[in-house]
Ligand binder design. Sequence first.
Ligand code: DX5
Ligand code: ZN
Length: 217
Amino acid sequence: MEKKILISPSILSGDFVNMEKSVRLLSDWNADLVHCDVMDGVYVPNITFGMPMIRAIRKITDLPLDVHLMITKPEKYVEEFADAGADIITFHPEASENALETIKLIKSKGKKAGIVINAKVDIKPYLYLIDYIDMILIMSVNAGYGGQKFIPESLEKVKIAKEYIEKNKLNVDIEIDGGINEDNVSLVKNAGVNVIVAGSAVYKSSDPKKTIEILKK
Ligand code: DX5
Ligand code: ZN
């Protein structure tokens, strides 16, 4: 079954002085999800924000919160992120002591769970986890910063994930994150992606609504 294309703008490229406006605008622009990049300065060099930000954003939008945890030992925090209002929680499996247990913990809170395959991480050892998740996120840049250049080799991982999902008749979304714009979006959609993260392409666009429309098409 063909899945609808969903756009998940990353608020990392939003205005940190006026995050309320940056989040509220997403509904006007017909975005589908709000992508929240949580970085701990350990798993990735950069530090962004944590549970208080998720709790604050939860109060001002009805869009689902797509929370991408770039943190070590995500199992320590997933319940708190769920309580803060996350709808989908994705984490990097190699950063977790026990990825399957972490998935189960997220699901036990009634939330959607996903794993993230970072640009330098091989997907094959983690394919079995797709049986237990709602979404797999393929990084098309090295996790850590917005505004980087798309890595075309990530498309191969999208295809491997799609093949596994189809072969096993699973209902799992494939999300891509990093360097997606109006020029390369068709490549990722053709490879099998149905959830598209876009930070700078949306927030730095002169017409973000139009950009989202193009990304969706
Ligand atoms: C990178 C983050 C991405 C990033 C996307 O570590 O996970 O979500 O903000 O931003 P763009 O679309 O600008 O690459
Ligand atoms: Zn992200």
